[in-house]
Design a protein around this ligand. Structure first.
Ligand code: TRP
Length: 332
């Protein structure tokens, strides 16, 4: 590890399919951050089981997500890319940190309140202590920055509070992490209700585009995208649908939104919507193809996730050893 580089850590749950919004808003940036930072990325399968999962689907989605992260440009040689449950230090540190996290703090987590309302029949202890496992993920690697969406900021702040509390008692054991929320990260909105964020949990399949969607499906979804009756191709708060399409086109082509407005000025939605669809198809094509290729090469995939887990475990073990020593466990 180059000593002058800061460490970043992030994770994504394998509890569903990756959307165009996930790709443009997060995963694409993860790949870009690899140059500047010492980067670790994790498929958080242990977080996923806080809500019921079908075992076969979870296994498939975990591998698919792992392959997709590589296909999105995360280089398993330069970064440390691994599956959370393969690195046992995460669960071990989470236990210790549980004892330095207050019931009241966890009760205030807005995501816990939302999720326990959504899964009222299964408000398990894991759902409640989920932010402690997330703190363990982050703190194991002496992380400086945590690239996340706004919805995870409260969890990163809790990780910071736990780290400061622990350091306050025992001295400098953990680096103090900070949320890293890129201002430029594209915020992709729903194609059918453009005032809402694009989300795979929507009941309307036409409202989101999946990274693994076939070209004809992507084109169809963009042709159906909700616009307005005014007709002009420019950004405006009154035109959330068109604004979203301009932003998507700009994000996948690397053009500025102003240049996109110029490119399509005087044209109608009948030309614009398929053009956005085509541009998205071309941006996602190499990712889908590389993911499919990796998924058929089981040997390579296995070698990559084993190598990732080994690298992660070596770093994680150093922090865990320190923690166990500080709290008074007898060395193994
Ligand atoms: N909880 C995050 C989410 O649902 C995923 C996650 C797990 C994570 N551990 C993390 C994100 C550590 C950042 C750092 O999106």
């Amino acid at each position: 590890m180059e000593a002058n580089k800061k460490t970043i850590f992030s994770a994504v749950q394998p509890s569903g399919k990756i959307t165009l919004g996930n790709y443009l808003g997060a995963l694409r940036n993860w790949a870009l951050l690899q140059d500047e930072y010492h980067a670790l990325y994790c498929v958080a399968d242990q977080h996923a089981i806080t809500v019921r999962q079908d075992p076969a689907s979870l296994r498939r989605q975990t591998l698919e997500l792992f392959a997709q992260l590589i296909a999105c440009g995360i280089d398993p040689e330069r970064s440390t890319l691994f599956i959370q449950s393969h690195v046992s230090q995460h669960a071990e540190l989470a236990w210790a940190l549980n004892c330095y996290t207050m019931f009241g703090e966890l009760s205030r987590m807005t995501q816990f309140k939302d999720k326990s309302a959504a899964h009222a029949d299964n408000i398990n202890a894991g759902l409640f202590t989920y932010p402690v496992l997330m703190a363990a993920d982050i703190l194991l690697y002496q992380t400086d920055l945590v690239p996340v969406g706004e919805d995870q900021r409260q969890h990163v702040e809790l990780a910071r509070d736990i780290a400061q509390r622990f350091n306050g008692v025992y001295g400098d054991v953990f680096a103090i992490p900070e949320a890293y929320i890129p201002k430029l990260g594209a915020r992709v909105m729903s194609l059918s209700e453009p005032d809402k964020k694009m989300s795979k949990s929507s009941s309307n399949e036409n409202s989101y585009v999946l990274v693994m969607d076939k070209p004809e499906v992507i084109l169809r979804k963009f042709k159906r995208a909700v616009t307005d009756s005014e007709g002009g191709i420019y950004r405006s708060p009154e035109k959330p649908g068109v604004t979203n399409l301009i932003d998507i086109y700009a994000a996948v082509t690397g053009k500025t939104p102003e240049a996109v407005e110029q490119e399509f000025s005087g044209q109608g939605y009948g030309a614009f919507k398929p053009a956005v669809g085509e541009a998205v198809v071309e941006a996602l094509r190499p990712i889908r193809e590389e993911t499919e290729r990796l998924l058929t090469d089981k040997g390579q995939l296995e070698a990559l996730y084993r190598q990732g887990a080994e690298k992660a475990a070596a770093a994680a073990a150093r922090t865990l050893r320190k923690v166990h020593k500080k709290v008074g466990f007898v060395p193994r």
